[in-house]
Design a protein around this ligand. Structure first.
Ligand code: DCP
Ligand code: MG
Length: 490
């Protein structure tokens, strides 16, 4: 039998646990920008019709005395780890599927711990005693029904679907509750007058695959209670992603790329932290009219490099025709593998790049800095618009400025090097750009007061920590009339 464990109103419950003043009150966990969306709502808030992904302003309309709490991912991740650890005391076959959700196969553990319902009870009690949090558990012979069962009596539920109940449950299960049935599939279901999973049985496999593609076969199987999806331990997480609703809608590709870079950084960091490699990269865009698209690409080589993830995200983004302002951007990776699986730890192949492994050390350096100083040390530089002190000076008298170009070779490519160059240039009030060259070196052009430009050239000879500068060649800068701040070029 399979257990599906899902925490109740997870982020909100952690906040209510840690702050008694929040208990029994309508609470949402949410960012504080005017465009923030609800991460999760306490069950008290749900009574007002508030739910995950609802814009905060709307939630406030539903419930004027709503309490808004900023999230604390570190705290939720710590709780999540403890929950997963508790579950794995009962069975080694645990598949965490998200921060607050896991499947566990308890088939082989009943002699030791009793029947599945007793195991579920023990898990619920231990989670409650150790963490003061409640969860809901569904038990069923197959995964998809276990998930459906965990949702049946939320919060604090324990629901068993025994083998003999399966045909009845399937017959009456509303089709939109079947995992994988989204808006598009629902439109076709309506065309075919399919209302419950049982209704699928009326159709031949060939028609289902014609209508739903590969998913048609899965529907065919699920409608007969068959789910051959096994518990995937270890690298069980199917994807890692990060998305952000922008403070303001944007139409500018450059600004979007900066956000994608920052998101790629977070995704890359999580990959490396979890010792995983990915084989696919995807991006998600939501537009001002709330329509959204995703684009995915399978990679030739597995990677955990921020640069490689960003490279793909940027390419995918380049293929999207932007007709409307962008409201939300997301970057994700999937087809995850353990890093220590016996494959070459190579990074995605980029035309003309021989020294890809450099990124590995750059990433590690970035990760160390991030660990030491926290996220803010790195990300604002990526996202900081080019209205730095130096760029604000632009438009003023730039005639006393000099311009110099340098080409830096060594262990210098990677996001980190360019970010640090940008930061140093901004601090020195120097305009220009820094970019990677196809031959593995980096080109930087500095424009500003002579002394400051010289300081930047000297800075390049040293480079940031973790870089190894072998050579800096001064060259003739391309003809330029002036730069708007100091930018990272791609
Ligand atoms: N989450 C999020 N944004 C969303 C959905 C969820 O940040 N759009 C986060 C917050 C949730 C956590 O993931 O607390 C788990 O998601 P669930 O869908 O399991 O929702 P909850 O645990 O909050 O509630 P439920 O009791 O319905 O499981
Ligand atoms: Mg949950």
């Amino acid at each position: 039998m399979i257990l599906h464990i899902d925490m109740d109103a997870f982020f909100a419950a952690v906040e209510q646990r840690d702050n008694p003043a929040l208990r029994h009150r309508p609470v949402v966990v949410c960012g504080d920008s005017p465009r923030a969306v609800v991460s999760t709502a306490s069950y008290e808030a749900r009574r007002f019709g508030i739910h995950s992904a609802m814009p905060l302003f709307q939630a406030r309309q539903h419930c004027p005395h709503l309490v808004v709490v900023p999230g604390n991912r570190t705290k939720y991740a710590a709780a999540s780890r403890r929950i997963m650890e508790i579950i794995s005391r009962f069975t080694p076959l645990v598949e965490p599927v998200s921060i607050d959700e896991a499947y566990a196969d308890v088939t082989g553990c009943t002699t030791l711990f009793g029947p599945p319902r007793d195991i579920a009870r023990k898990i619920k009690d231990t989670v409650f005693n150790d963490l003061s949090l409640t969860c809901s558990i569904g038990i069923a012979p197959v995964k998809f029904l276990a998930k459906i069962a965990s949702d049946m009596n939320k919060p604090d539920g324990l629901t068993l679907i025994a083998g003999e109940q399966v045909p009845d449950i399937i017959q009456t299960l509303p089709i939109h509750k079947v995992p994988g049935v989204g808006k598009q599939a629902m439109a076709r279901m309506t065309e075919l007058n399919i209302q419950t999973l049982g209704d699928i049985k009326r159709f031949e496999l060939s028609l289902l695959t014609r209508k739903f593609g590969k998913f048609g076969l899965r529907l065919f199987q699920l409608s007969r209670g068959m789910d051959d999806d096994a518990i995937r331990t270890g690298t069980a997480r199917k994807s890692i992603s990060n998305e952000t609703t922008l403070e303001k809608d944007i139409s500018d590709a450059g600004a979007a790329l900066k956000v994608l870079l920052s998101l790629s950084g977070r995704v890359g960091r999580e990959l490396r932290h979890k010792q995983l490699l990915c084989e696919s990269v995807f991006i998600k865009l939501k537009f001002s009219d709330f329509t959204q698209i995703t684009r995915t690409r399978k990679l030739q080589h597995r990677t955990c490099s921020t640069e490689a993830v960003f490279h793909q995200a940027r390419d995918l983004f380049g293929q999207v025709k932007i007709h409307k302002p962008i409201r939300l951007l997301g970057v994700g990776v999937s087809h995850l593998h353990n890093r220590n699986e016996p494959v070459q730890l190579d990074l995605v192949s980029l035309p003309g790049h021989e020294s890809k492994k450099q990124w590995d050390s750059v990433d590690r350096a970035m990760d160390r800095i991030h660990e030491k100083y926290g996220r803010d040390m790195v990300t604002p530089a990526v996202l900081s618009p080019l209205t730095t002190r130096s760029s604000k000076r632009r438009g003023g008298n730039m005639t006393d400025t000099v311009i110099k170009k340098v080409t830096i070779s060594g262990k210098v490519q990677g996001v980190f090097y360019r970010l640090e160059t940008q930061k140093a240039a901004q601090k020195a009030n120097v305009n220009g750009y820094v970019k990677n060259l196809a031959n593995g070196s980096v080109e930087a052009v500095f424009q500003g007061p002579a002394q400051a430009v010289d300081r930047m050239v000297a800075w390049c000879r040293q480079g940031p920590p973790a870089a190894r500068v072998d050579q800096v060649i001064e060259g003739t800068p391309p003809a330029q009339t002036g730069f708007n701040g100091f930018e990272i070029r791609y």
